[in-house]
Design a protein. Structure first.
Length: 197
């Protein structure tokens, strides 16, 4: 697998650019759209912790296990949320996509499909990943449905796996997509984005 390095990914509606402190105000506005930090099963930062959220993501990038993006609406230039490559394991040509969240007003629109299509295309076709994974809280049913709509397969549940922000311990639902499954999934996602709404 090729090195996972900062890159800008874009189509005509969505742009993913390397996350930086300049995105702070936009992330604050995106998170405030729905007060997403109140959902106990997400990693959306509270307003007072957004700068630290960006800093932590950039530390992960410096350590080589995360590449965070700001998700931007191309027509308006507005920050819609964030997503990352993470748990990057070059030795087995695997990475995960996560730390994903969007302003409530953009949920259930083209944004997630567009962003994930860009991320998966880059992972499989440029980086040479053999597997892309996802993980989510066992109570984050909206996230599970969104991952399944992308064509990922549910691998199972890791019980008592990860601390939530409130100090409780979650079970983690794991998903994956292999390089062999990617062409059919890509065609389906392209069809979803192109079909009339």
């Amino acid at each position: 697998m090729r090195p996972v390095e900062p890159v800008t990914l874009a189509d005509e509606r969505v742009r993913l650019e390397p996350l930086a402190m300049r995105h702070l105000d936009g992330l604050l506005q995106a998170a405030a759209d729905g007060e997403l930090w109140n959902l106990r099963f997400t990693t959306v930062p509270e307003p007072q912790h957004t700068a630290a959220y960006i800093d932590t993501a950039l530390q992960g990038q410096a350590a080589g296990h995360r590449l965070p993006f700001a998700v931007i609406d191309v027509p308006s230039g507005r920050v819609l949320g964030s997503s990352s490559y993470h748990d990057i394991v070059p030795a087995v040509e695997r990475l995960e996509i996560g730390y994903t969240w969007y302003a409530r007003s953009t949920q259930r629109t083209h944004v997630n499909t567009s962003a994930k299509l860009l991320l998966m295309t880059h992972a499989f076709e440029v980086l040479g990943a053999q597997l892309v994974g996802w993980r989510t809280d066992n109570f984050n049913f909206a996230s599970q449905r969104a991952i399944e709509r992308l064509g990922a397969r549910r691998d199972g549940v890791i019980r008592h796996h990860h601390l939530r922000r409130d100090g409780t311990v979650r079970d983690t639902v794991m998903y994956s997509l292999t390089a062999g499954e990617w062409p059919e999934v890509k065609a389906h996602l392209q069809w979803q984005l192109a079909r009339p709404r």
